[in-house]
Design a protein around this ligand. Structure first.
Ligand SMILES: CC(C)(COP(=O)(O)OP(=O)(O)OC[C@H]1O[C@@H](n2cnc3c(N)ncnc32)[C@H](O)[C@@H]1OP(=O)(O)O)[C@@H](O)C(=O)NCCC(=O)NCCS
Length: 229
């Protein structure tokens, strides 16, 4: 099979490939946001936020929802319709806000890095950007952004949809972690989210565990994971 993981090799990114790699990373990112699954994940996240209701920002959010419901109730005189209207108004609005602030801004704030992957990762001591290639085509990416001598951040893990579930992500993880061990990195950390359940499973399989994050971030479904090696 042409897109079998065995026909894929892992190597460092070449300068002439940085735009191709960037496009794979960005499309993998956005490909997960504008989906029904992401919307459902977000709805679940809103409900899981109830656990943090005593925290100021989250409390304000629910107060706004309560006010809206009261207004809709005053107009329609029906509890059911006011709940439905509040949900219909709030979920897409909040989802849009989160999309713009969290995901839109996240990628935007890293635009300089994404547009210059080669120079960014080659210019920073201890950092690396690897690609999985099949023939001459890039089918996967992963980056190591060095935070300190002993701490590394895993970024931009992505595999082209038609190459997924064939062990390419695993091979990228192996290369990443092997390099960390050879460099005596002690801690690997990474950010992921509820809308990336495949990635979450991959990281958990590799021994990453959930660590501190703010409850607002938890409500977005944003996770900070880490692994000590
Ligand atoms: C996450 C991603 C890189 C995994 O790549 P992959 O090549 O499919 O991964 P592998 O085939 O090596 O699978 C490794 C493990 O990941 C998990 N996994 C991957 N895809 C999965 C899926 N669709 N459902 C459930 N688990 C999955 C499994 O634990 C799997 O191990 P198993 O095969 O023994 O069950 C890929 O799905 C992807 O690019 N997703 C979109 C981008 C993304 O979310 N990046 C992470 C940013 S934080």
């Amino acid at each position: 099979m042409e897109n079998d993981a065995k026909t894929v090799t892992i190597r460092k990114l070449r300068q002439e490939e940085e735009i191709e790699a960037r496009d794979i990373v960005v499309s993998a990112f956005y490909g997960q946001i504008v989906t029904l699954r992401a919307a459902v994940c977000f709805v679940l996240a809103v409900f899981s936020g109830l656990r943090h209701i005593l925290e100021p920002l989250i409390f304000c959010l629910y107060v706004i929802l309560g006010l809206l419901m009261t207004i809709f109730h005053a107009v329609t005189n029906s509890v059911l319709i006011s709940v439905v209207l509040t949900a219909a108004w709030s979920l897409p609005t909040a989802w849009g806000l989160i999309y713009c602030s969290f995901y839109g801004l996240y990628v935007r704030s890293r635009r300089r890095e994404l547009d210059h992957l080669y120079s960014y990762y080659n210019g920073k001591a201890g950092s690396k950007f690897w690609v999985a290639v099949c023939g001459e085509k890039i089918v996967g990416t992963v980056a190591l952004d060095r935070v300190s001598d002993t701490v590394a951040e895993l970024k931009w893990m992505s595999v082209l949809p038609e190459y997924r579930r064939r062990g390419v992500g695993t091979r990228l993880m192996k290369r990443f972690e092997g390099f960390c061990r050879s460099e005596r990195v002690r801690k690997i950390r990474l950010h992921t989210s509820r809308i990336q359940p495949e990635a979450l499973r991959l990281y958990q399989k590799w021994g990453f565990v959930w660590t501190n994050t703010t409850s607002l971030a938890a409500m977005h479904g944003h996770y900070l994971l880490q692994k000590l090696i």
